[in-house]
Design a binder for this molecule. Structure first.
Ligand code: DP6
Length: 319
């Protein structure tokens, strides 16, 4: 078997955050999460079966075995399931900074899962592809789907909750460094669960924030979605910081202050932050250009990328 496929996937930003895993085998989140898939940033991944050994090239650089362990485990699973002959050659490229808290693992593993499955000739549905992506990185399960997506606790896969049109918004990604992050999210959440005095508080609070956010989204209430998204991010980071896991830099704090100042001056803008120092600002489309100009002038913000709700993972050239 020497099938080949090219998949495109977008990162997603969690409005209610996944942080912490359930005990036991598999990669299952301890809390529910809700995200929006982000068109405007993308990963493109080509998989070709029939190689003598798995080979993973990311952004033109061949990954060391330790760096590609999750990708190789995913490929081995597909290989066993399909009876594919040989190993896979993977070539992947992001058009945004990799491994810095811009959810490159989400789009990366969603694109890899879809391309690997289709190249092996399997016609698995999106839920099964999402399950495969989740086993590598739980946030990747959500990038398989477009629009607003939920990953419930205990579920094998993510599921679409509402189309992109449910709540028109723009996500302004304020990039505060091009460097990769020091602590990956898997290690960061493990440290939080083991050492943070606030881990339990986070685990209790997260499902409540999630339920409120879900309701606000389905009601089309932008301000409430924004408030709860910011609350989720701050609660997640507070629990992590108390364990010594700090993803923020000075520009993160300056950007947070700028978002608050915008709000005080009457513009509905809300911040969310993943496992990295970048601040993602949620705004209504009509406010995007003005807020973007404000965020560009924040000290330490090197550039501002613009993203909006978009499609799930798909094969290149196919709807
Ligand atoms: C802060 O999905 O990267 O972005 O399952 O261990 O690979 P693993 O973790 P990952 O964690 C994402 C954490 C987050 C919040 C989120 O996306 O929900």
């Amino acid at each position: 078997m020497s099938g080949e496929a090219v998949a495109i996937a977008h990162p997603n930003v969690a409005l209610s955050k996944y942080w912490g895993k359930r005990e036991g085998p598999g990669n299952f989140p301890a809390v529910p999460s809700l995200s929006v898939t982000l068109a405007g940033l993308q990963t493109r991944t080509r998989v070709r079966w029939g190689a003598p050994a798995h080979r993973v090239v990311l952004g033109g650089r061949e990954l060391e075995p330790a760096e590609s362990a999750r990708a190789r485990a995913l490929l081995d699973y597909v290989r066993t399931s399909s009876g594919a002959f040989g190993h896979a050659e993977v070539e992947s490229r992001n058009d945004f900074p990799t491994s810095s808290g811009l959810a490159s693992s989400a789009s990366g593993f969603a694109a890899l899962a879809l391309a690997a499955v289709r190249a092996a000739g399997l016609d698995w549905d999106a839920s099964r592809v999402s399950d495969l992506a989740r086993s590598a990185s739980a946030s990747a399960a959500r990038s398989v789907f477009g629009g607003y997506v939920e990953l419930p606790v205990g579920a094998q896969s993510a599921r679409p909750l509402a189309p992109a049109s449910q709540l028109p918004l723009v996500v302004l990604v304020c990039v505060t460094t091009e460097a990769p992050k020091a602590v990956g999210s898997t290690d960061g959440m493990r440290a939080t669960m083991e050492r943070s005095p606030y881990a339990r508080a986070w685990l209790e609070e997260a499902p409540k924030i999630h339920a409120g956010l879900r309701e606000a989204l389905l009601a089309g209430d932008f301000a409430r979605v924004g408030e709860l998204a910011e609350r989720s991010a701050l609660a997640m980071h507070a629990s992590a910081i108390a364990a010594g896991v700090t993803y923020w830099n000075g520009a993160t704090i300056a950007a947070l202050a700028a978002v608050r100042a915008l709000r005080d001056a009457g513009t509905p803008a809300y911040a969310t932050i993943d496992a990295g120092p970048h601040v993602k600002v949620l705004v209504r489309p009509a406010d995007a250009a003005r807020v973007r100009d404000t965020m560009k002038s924040v000290a330490g913000v090197s550039r501002v990328l613009e993203a909006h709700p978009g499609e799930g993972a798909r094969l290149e050239g196919k709807p």
